[in-house]
Design a protein around this ligand. Sequence first.
Ligand code: NAD
Ligand code: LMR
Length: 339
Amino acid sequence: SPSNLQMGESSMLERANCRAKGGAPGFKVAILGAAGGIGQPLAMLMKMNPLVSVLHLYDVVNSPGVTADISHMDTGAVVSAGFLGQKELEAALTGMDLVVIPAGVPRKPGMTRDDLFNINAGIVRTLCEGIAKCCPNALVNLISNPVNSTVPIAAEVFKKAGIYDPKKLLGVTMLDVVRANTFVAEVLGLDPREVDVPVVGGHAGVTILPLLSQVKPPCSFTPEETEFLTKHIQDGGTEVVQAKAGAGSATLSMAYAAVKFADLCLRGLRGDAGIVACAYVDSKVTELPFFASKVRLGRGGAEEVYQLGPLNEYERIGLEKAKQELATSIQKGVSFIKK
Ligand code: NAD
Ligand code: LMR
């Protein structure tokens, strides 16, 4: 019966809470937009993450179904009642350590990420108002596009609420790194797991700036290879949008990248040393207020934002182009809240 289900659920939740309190590495994670193309595989992969003790799945449609399905997986994380619609947003967010946001519309062929602004800006604002109210200390992993503008929107919402901690707001650019590692490994004939490519700037077109001069293991590329790889990495999202031909954008590789990034955030929260990843954050690395670069993740979030390191001529030209577009996208996000 429903009441038995509820009792079972609450005692399971108590046990999960006990595990977390007893020093076991258990964090409470909410996914907002959990029934979507990214949200569903992301929820599945988070349910498999041993650092997660409680998983809240929120969406404006179908979250009870996704929750019921995922809750049958015999892994440690407890998935409690599906959180459906605005009236359940606060319950979904209360007590969370990490909030991952893949809510919003994806691109169709012919669109830029900025074309999503009109719909997604309002969605991100509402969700971030909920975070400010219910879990102001949570780490936020923002996936909704256009990331270059939605992160500044989130920051302005948090500033307005008086709870902005720049270290806790992270725009997710891990998919660019995942793509860069894959494409560079193909060219070098290496296993992608051995390759590490820093990708800086932002998350759209020319703002995606792979630093091929800093690839690990150390290697060199011909000018043709550099041009090919840079374009392939910058256009990776568009290539998927075109291949899906109207059915959306990257979802599975994004869910993989989001979980890879969320896992690093949770390891940082746990206090592991030396956790470094690229993310789009509040930054003093350039004159722009937000910029993606390597950050060190710790108990407080992005505790250190690293400088870009030496760039070659090709990358210096790319950086100037990236900054121009980024400045416009950041301003657009800021004025959406300030207007
Ligand atoms: P989708 O349409 O399949 O799923 C989006 C989900 O968000 C849907 O389930 C929808 O109901 C939900 N949603 C809509 N409004 C909401 C609200 N107010 N509150 C909560 N949930 C709401 O789209 P998708 O393919 O999962 O993509 C989601 C977003 O992620 C898009 O904006 C896309 O551009 C972006 N994206 C970003 C990256 C990145 O690298 N940062 C990569 C891929 C996609
Ligand atoms: C991506 O890089 O795959 C996402 O930003 C989705 C998109 O619209 O390209």
